[in-house]
Design a protein around this ligand. Structure first.
Ligand SMILES: O=c1[nH]cnc2c1ncn2[C@H]1C[C@H](O)[C@@H](CO)O1
Ligand SMILES: [Zn+2]
Length: 366
């Protein structure tokens, strides 16, 4: 990594101010605990495990800290449970934008699965329009407070349901209204990405962008299918690519064909360190494959995944990685530029954010 890397600690205030780009953040994984409690009260959702915001925040973190993706995902019943009205969706989306801006995020792609918010009769279109209204409201509030953030939306289909083609159609219909791409999420083991080939073919035919959660709870076969059969432009997590990298006792590194392909083609890895520790995809932050992958110059990006379930922010993920691997500001800028280059935003706009926000932002911190 960069020659500027050092183990000297970067002050938290500097990390907080550093411009950040977030490509992998779930709307239903990022609610404020107090908002979950208030929405439960307002919408008559009665299954919350706690109502005190502090206790509730702790419950989400502890329950998600399960060592398995499937149990981790069970916690989303409670956030989705309170997100079944337009008002709730607008509020959650607006607050997400405010929280990300406060965390120093200048560009974010926030994702969610519209099919999870139709339990009380909302149509898929109504869900998308409410969330977009919330994002726009959040952007207005941030701008009014003198901040700056741009948010794009990714629509997810759930792998265990059979609605991917329908959701891909929704993503394409709302492409000029803030939706910048598509993803599949949910349990990976037993639900390979090729189950949704029709959706990916539809998206490619329409020149639309998509990423796929792959290489988190299942290994190389999932990554290979996502890239070579489905045509994913980015990998959600993708950390299991290390299974295709061997290191000799003398330190020589050998990349298998798939790992070499991912690196050669500069396929972005949306890495979410704390989430990976919680689901068992990595043993600890210190042993997380991001250290090796960054050293080998894969196109690594740093992400939160679920700020509520992981009790994290971009600032705390940067801090944990800087502490564990000695990353310096130059490395954090590299992750940020990697992410901005990999965004599903028009090229000229990506370039503009890199040149007018990210580079000057890091220069000002030195
Ligand atoms: O890390 C993840 N892997 C797979 N699915 C996930 C992850 N984090 C959240 N999800 C699921 C739960 C949400 O309800 C859904 C859409 O945001 O995506
Ligand atoms: Zn995710």
């Amino acid at each position: 990594m960069s020659s500027e890397s050092s183990s000297s600690r970067i002050p938290e205030a500097v990390l907080a101010r550093a411009p950040k780009v977030l490509l992998h953040d779930h709307l239903d994984g990022g609610l404020r605990p107090g908002t979950v409690a208030e929405l439960a009260e307002q919408t008559g959702y009665q299954a919350l495990p706690a109502t005190d915001p502090v206790a509730l925040g702790r419950w989400f973190r502890d329950a998600a800290d399960s060592g398995s993706l499937v149990s981790y995902l069970e916690t989303f019943a409670h956030t989705c449970g309170v997100m079944q009205t337009e008002e709730a969706l607008v509020r959650v989306a607006a607050e997400a934008v405010e929280d990300l801006a406060a965390d120093g995020v200048v560009y974010a792609e926030v994702r969610y699965a519209p099919e999870l918010f139709v339990e009380r009769g909302l149509s898929l279109d109504a869900v998308v329009e409410a969330v977009q209204a919330g994002f726009e409201e959040g952007e207005r509030r941030v701008a009014a407070a003198g901040g700056r953030i741009r948010v794009g939306t990714l629509l997810c289909a759930m792998r265990q349901h059979a609605r991917a083609l329908e959701i891909a159609g929704l993503a394409v219909r709302y492409r000029d209204a803030g939706v910048v791409g598509f993803d599949i999420a949910g349990p990976e083991d037993g639900f390979p990405p090729t189950r949704n080939l029709d959706a990916f073919e539809f998206l490619r035919t329409n020149n639309a962008h998509f990423t796929i959660h792959a290489g988190e709870a299942f290994g190389l076969a999932s990554i290979w299918e996502a890239i070579q059969h489905c045509g994913a432009e980015r990998l959600g997590h993708g950390v299991r690519i290390v299974d295709d990298i061997k290191t000799d006792s003398d330190g020589t590194v050998h990349l298998g064909r798939l790992a070499a392909y991912v690196r050669d083609r500069r396929i972005p890895l949306e890495i979410c360190p704390t989430s990976n520790v919680q689901t068992g995809a990595a043993r600890s932050i210190g042993e997380h494959p991001i250290g090796l992958l960054a050293r080998l110059r894969f196109r690594v990006t740093v992400n939160t995944d679920n700020r509520l379930m992981s009790g994290c922010s971009m600032t705390s993920e940067f801090a944990a990685l800087a502490e564990a691997f000695g990353f310096g500001l130059a490395d954090l800028e590299w992750f940020t530029i990697n992410a901005m280059k990999s965004a599903f935003l028009d090229f000229d706009q990506r370039l503009d954010i890199i040149n007018t926000v990210i580079k000057p932002g890091y220069a000002a911190l030195r």
